[in-house]
Ligand binder design. Structure first.
Ligand code: AMP
Ligand code: GLY
Length: 456
């Protein structure tokens, strides 16, 4: 080690080979700043094919595992310019907002390679009316629904459908457009539905997203997330996962972006998965192609497992957050091969992904007050101690560096993710890691993955 000339010689010798190599090694840009994007950076970093990874704008975790770039995820022109200037070989889009803004179209117009659906195809998530019409046309099972433009018509429909039944109104009212998960109201009483129509359609709480409104049948059952990667010709289903959207234990409290997830979930067994592939994923991909909006990227079906079979609640057009974290922890294959094959439309030519058979779970640690108002800037300790545990990775979501300290910078702060031989073992390991992490007001749900245990 201390032998200077040898060292030097070694470096000189290497650099010749290295230069040749580096021309083939890739520079990758990830767009976004959540736990999903940290998981993507962590997984992409394991690829021997990559030399630099940038995350725009990233968080304190991606600053460690990659290089942060101070460009917001919605600033499409600045992202295009960065990718051109840096000669980025492949860009991966994390969140839905840039996809809905057409980031993929903008990159493709400049011959830049990017993983994700075009703006037209991203309507599957950005317009619930588009999604429901496509599902109906493709004969994919989903809740019965009606679309309204006029709030008076919508209110008349509710009153006519449930005359004199103030306390029973099993419907869900949805704003058409993106509303950060807040544009969906699951109703019990008639007044819930009338108020939701008023807020979305009259008071315009979600702006243009409320131009159209959907009223649909309320479904009952367990929810599951089935994600697939597709290049429009081949579909690669990923193992089924389950999210935990309500804030508190036992699925109580207000809805959040997701308080934890685990994978695989036994609520979707192999037979059901095969059924979902045949009746949900395949017809959707075909219908998108027929509609001249071929879908490329992650197709994420949010499903309700009803007594009459799985039904699509919604489609997302990107990895789920937090589902991405436990999914990627189990992926053994090189993710860059998969992403690249999707962009190049040769997904059918590569080997199917290999998964670690062990289950994994992700527990989201959140700021005091989330999903309501919360403070930022609280110092976090114990992340390294948690990371040092076997089969644990702490993915950052709402964090940033302040000097040498990691401080909170969002509602969902960390996604503490662990693998184990069984779901119970993975759960124990994740919560052991959670206990090492501290900040003032930090909290989490204590029952992530218990839905799986209830089945066994
Ligand atoms: P979405 O954004 O459409 O997935 O809706 C968000 C959440 O609302 C879902 O995860 C479900 O918990 C709930 N939800 C949406 N649609 C329905 C429905 N038709 N019946 C029951 N719950 C629903
Ligand atoms: N986990 C829910 C979502 O990503 O939308």
């Amino acid at each position: 080690m201390s032998d200077y000339p040898y060292n030097r010689q070694l470096v000189l010798f290497r650099s010749g080979v290295w230069d040749q190599w580096t021309t083939d090694l890739m520079k990758i840009l990830i767009i976004g700043n959540g736990g999903r994007e940290h998981a993507l950076a962590w997984k992409i970093k394991q690829s021997p094919r990559v030399k630099r990874i940038f995350v725009a704008p990233g968080n304190a975790g991606t600053a460690r595992d990659a290089e942060n770039v101070p460009i917001q995820a919605e600033d499409v022109p600045a992202l295009v310019k960065f990718a051109k200037d840096e000669r980025i070989d492949l860009t991966v889009v994390g969140p839905e907002a840039p996809l809905a803004l057409g980031v993929v179209d903008a990159f493709q117009a400049q011959n830049l390679r990017i993983f994700g659906p075009t703006q037209a195809a991203a309507q599957l998530e950005s317009s619930k009316v588009f999604c429901k019409s496509l599902l109906r046309q493709a004969d994919v099972p989903t809740a019965d629904f009606q679309v309204f433009r006029d709030p008076d018509d919508a209110m008349r429909f509710i009153k006519g459908r449930f005359p004199g039944e103030r306390d029973r109104c099993p419907v869900v009212v949805k704003a058409d457009g993106l509303a950060a998960g807040k544009g969906v109201v699951v109703c019990k009483r008639r007044d819930d539905a009338l108020e939701a129509i008023d807020r979305i359609s009259r008071r315009r709480e979600f702006g243009k997203a409320g131009n159209q409104i959907i009223i649909e049948e309320r479904l009952e059952g367990q929810e599951a997330s089935v994600l697939a990667i597709t290049d429009g010709q081949t579909i690669v289903p990923l193992p089924p996962a389950q999210d935990h959207k309500p804030a508190f234990d036992g699925d109580t409290g207000p809805n959040t972006g997701g308080m934890g997830a685990y994978c695989p979930t036994p609520v979707v067994d192999d037979d059901m998965m095969a059924w979902i592939e045949e009746h949900v994923l395949v017809p959707t991909v075909h219908a998108m192609k027929r509609n001249r909006k071929p879908f490329r990227g992650v197709l994420y079906a949010g499903l309700m497992l009803t007594p009459t079979g799985p039904k699509v609640l919604e489609y997302n057009v990107r990895f789920g957050d937090p589902e991405c974290q436990p999914l990627l922890m189990r992926l053994k294959s090189d993710i860059v091969d998969i992403l690249e094959a999707t962009v190049d439309m040769r997904l059918g030519e590569i080997d199917p992904p290999v998964w670690d058979p062990r289950p994994s779970i992700c527990v989201v640690m959140a700021s005091q007050g989330y999903p309501g108002e919360y403070e930022k800037g609280r110092p976090i300790t114990g992340i390294d101690a948690a990371d040092a545990l076997e089969d644990v990775k702490v993915f950052h979501a709402g964090t940033r560096m302040e000097g040498d300290a990691i401080v909170t910078d969002g509602g969902r702060v960390l996604g503490v993710t662990a693998m184990g031989n069984t779901i119970s073992a993975a759960k124990l390991q994740a919560y052991t890691a959670v206990q090492k992490v501290r900040w003032s007001g930090g909290w989490c749900r204590k029952d992530i993955s218990d839905k799986a245990l209830q089945l066994s």
